[in-house]
Design a protein around this ligand. Sequence first.
Ligand SMILES: *[C@@H]1O[C@H](CO)[C@@H](O)[C@H](O)[C@H]1NC(C)=O
Length: 360
Amino acid sequence: MGRLLLLLLLPLARVPALPLYNGFYYSNGPGGQNTGNGRGEGVFNGVKLVVEMPEETLFSHRGANVTLPCHYRYEPALVTPRPVRIKWWKLSENGAPEQDVLVAIGLRHRSFGDYRGRVHLRQDREREVSLEIRDLRPEDYGRYRCEVIDGLEDESGLVELELRGVVFPYQHPQGRYQLTFHEAKRACEEQDAVVASFEQLFRAWEEGLDWCNAGWLQDASVQYPITLARQPCGGLGLAPGVRSYGPRHRRLHRYDVFCFTAALKGRVYYLEHPEKLTLAEAREACLEDDAQIAKVGQLFAAWKFRGLDRCDAGWLADGSARYPVAHPRPNCGSPEPGVRSFGFPDPQRREYGVYCYRPR
Ligand SMILES: *[C@@H]1O[C@H](CO)[C@@H](O)[C@H](O)[C@H]1NC(C)=O
C-alpha cells in the first residue's frame, strides 16, 4: 500500500510531506521476542512505524549545506531498539527514473551518483535519519523520499527542496523558436543554468514574469507566462496564467526555453574600461582583470539576488549584450526592473562594455 500511495501522490504538483503510514502492523512474538518470520505469524501487538518529515518546502541556495529532516518512531514506543535500514531517494521531475541518494544499514552508508561524497546521514537524536546535502547544486532541487525499512515493512515520507533562483527566457542567437529540447538543455547549461521546471516557471509568473514567446520546460512541455492578457499573446479572451502548448516532440519541434539559475557564489560586475569593446576584446579584458566574461544566467542571478544595477549595456559570453536594472529610472529602459537585452549584435561593433564574473 506504501507503493500505491506513492503512485497516487506522484501526479500532484505539490505533495505535502505528511507523515504517512501504510497501516501495517508487524508481529512481535509473545514476551516481546521477535519471531522473525515476517508478517502473518505470531501475535500482533499493534505496533506501528511512523515516519515524520516537515510539511513545508525547504528553501536553500547554491553552494549551501542543507539538512532534510526525517525522524521515525513506533506507536506505541518500543523498549528495545530495532535495527533499521534507511534509504533516501529523489523522485524524478519528468518521468525519468528516480535517483538513489543514500542507503544506510547500521553504521554503514553508501551514497550514489552525483551525491557521492556530498551526503551524510545525520543522527543527532535517537531515531533521527536526516539527510545532509553539502555544496548544493542547481539540479538538487526536487522531492526527496526518506524510507525506513525495519525488516518486515517500510514507511516513508516526502520533503521538497527548492533552491532560490531566477527563471529567465532564452532565445537562440538566430531568433525566435530555433531550439529543439536537447538544444534548449544545452543552451541553458551554457548560461550556467538548467531548464526550468513547471513549478519554477509558475513561481516566476506569480512574481510577475510575463513573456510572449513559448519555451521548453524540464518535462518537455512548452509553455509561456502571461501576467497581462493582450492581443498578440494568445488574445484578450484568455485569463492571465501560465499557458501551455502541452508536451512537444523533443527533436522535431523548436521553441525558446525557460532557464533556471540558482543564486550565485561569486560576483558579477561591469568592467570599468576607458573604451567600448568588440566581443573578442571584451573576453580578453575580463581575463586581464582575473575574471571571465559573465554568462547570461550569472547576470540574471546578480540582478535578482545582489541587486546589480547598471545602465550600461555590456557583452556576455554568448555574444549577447544586456544590462541589469534593479531600480528603474528614466533613460534606462522600461519602467519595470529586469535584465534588458540588445539581442546578439555584430561582434565587431565597439558600442558596448562588458560584464565580468569572478567565482569568489
Ligand atoms: C558545509 O559543510 C562542510 C563540512 O562540514 C564545511 O566545510 C563547509 O564550510 C560548509 N559550507 C557552508 C557553506 O556552510
